[in-house]
Design a protein around this ligand. Structure first.
Ligand SMILES: NC(=O)c1ccc[n+]([C@@H]2O[C@H](COP(=O)([O-])OP(=O)(O)OC[C@H]3O[C@@H](n4cnc5c(N)ncnc54)[C@H](OP(=O)(O)O)[C@@H]3O)[C@@H](O)[C@H]2O)c1
Length: 375
């Protein structure tokens, strides 16, 4: 450290005579101080006969800091390695081991009947079929009676399980839940799949959405899962077993512009599922938030790219077969290993980059959809 002991004016004198801040005086004093520091440095350098000696002195002092930094670096590396090992293990446990080992007895684990909402098409229908493959009886809930009859018959004939259905249009809101409650009264429901969900006709700006559309999104995407869970959960708690699966979406991993309300409704489901799991896990209930990326269903029919099966875009059947194998294993998963890779990458992106990319892509999709409509 530089020794200021010999500085003739004292540090106080930097402020000028009688402590007042005269500018000229302050400047002269600073000038004096600068020359004093330079002089001392020259004297110190001269006192060291060789520069290498000075270098050794400095590096001896620094080696402590280098060692400390090395320890911090080693700690960081070990932590990263451990978390990578744990992530690899949980990915294998979730996406590989269940598919290699035999079928889990879902009936014994959760109960005889499963209720699946929005089950006449897409992921809901495929999920219901996958549960039926495990011997679970299915209650389908959707809005079209004809479709419900057809799917119900097909499942019972193909998988030799009992099926039933409830006609319900979830966009109607509060009025339809007493009837659903009544219909499910005497059933031993082991699994509830809150799958029903609607999307925009294409990606769009918030102000372009009609009031009706906004209410439909709220009623179908948010209220249905909340109310269906409220109806079914007490019975599960009484039996001390049951599973609730909520179809959220990968868009909830970061704020996604031009899917604002849809994304927010899926974030609601994600939060709802995870919080509910912690609330009811001790009572034997398993709640799962499924956050898939693109799955080729009619929901994405507005886009020619996303409605075609590809490496990262599975069909609903492929997706459901993977997703059902994660039931009981993870409270929050994409349900499909390729989507898990996309989700992890998505979470790693800075928010601005995710939002910028989403905005860019959404504008293109909107343009394409509007052009297709205009034809
Ligand atoms: N596909 C994807 O890429 C993707 C990605 C992430 C999350 N998700 C979520 O996964 C869930 C299923 O999506 P999906 O792609 O399978 O959808 P989908 O193919 O459009 O199927 C939706 C199902 O819900 C029914 N439904 C729609 N509106 C309804 C209403 N108001 N009342 C009752 N039933 C109604 C439909 O019945 P009809 O047959 O009568 O239309 C159909 O059975 C949704 O919650 C969605 O947000 C999908």
């Amino acid at each position: 450290m530089l020794n200021l002991k010999g500085y003739p004016y004292g540090l106080k004198s930097l402020r000028g005579p009688r402590g007042n801040c005269n500018c000229m005086c302050l400047f002269l004093n600073l000038f004096n101080f600068y020359f004093f520091v330079c002089f001392r440095l020259v004297v110190t350098m001269a006192a060291v006969d060789r520069f290498s000696l000075l270098y050794r002195e400095i590096s001896r002092t620094c080696s402590f800091y280098i060692e400390a930094l090395a320890i911090v670096g080693a700690w960081y590396t070990v932590r990263k390695c451990v978390s990578l090992a744990l992530d690899t293990y949980s990915a294998l446990r979730l996406h590989v081991i269940p598919r290699l080992s035999g079928k889990v007895d879902l009936v014994r684990k959760y109960g005889k009947w499963a209720v699946v909402t929005g089950s006449t098409d897409g992921i809901g229908k495929a999920y219901a079929e996958e549960l039926a493959k495990h011997g679970v009886n299915i209650i389908l809930v959707s809005r079209s009676k004809e479709k419900l009859e057809a799917v119900s018959r097909s499942i019972s004939e193909t998988y030799k399980v009992e099926t039933d259905f409830i006609v319900a249009d979830f966009s109607k809101g509060r009025e339809l839940y007493p009837a659903i409650k009544e219909a499910l009264k005497d059933r031993e429901i082991g699994i509830l799949v809150n799958n029903v969900g609607i999307f925009y006709s294409h990606t769009d700006y918030f102000t372009n959405l009609s009031e009706d559309m906004l209410w439909d999104l709220i009623h179908v995407n948010i209220a249905s899962a909340t109310m269906m869970t409220h109806i079914v959960l007490p019975g599960m708690v009484k039996k001390k077993k049951g599973a609730i699966v909520n179809l959220s979406s990968a868009v909830c991993c970061q704020p996604t512009p031009m899917l604002t309300v849809y994304g927010a409704s899926k974030s609601y489901l994600d939060y709802f599922s995870r919080a509910l799991h912690y609330e009811y896990a001790s009572k034997g209930i398993f709640v799962q938030s499924l956050t898939p990326f693109v799955t080729t269903t009619k929901m994405l029919a507005f886009s020619s790219i996303m409605s075609k099966r590809s490496v990262f875009f599975p069909t609903a059947e492929e997706y459901a077969s993977h997703a059902v194998s994660t039931l009981g294993l993870s409270i929050r998963t994409t349900g499909y290993w390729k989507h898990a890779i996309q989700f992890t990458l998505g979470e790693c992106l800075p928010e601005w980059l995710w939002a910028w990319s989403a905005l860019y892509l959404s504008r293109i999709l909107r343009k394409q959809a509007l052009a297709a409509k205009a034809k």
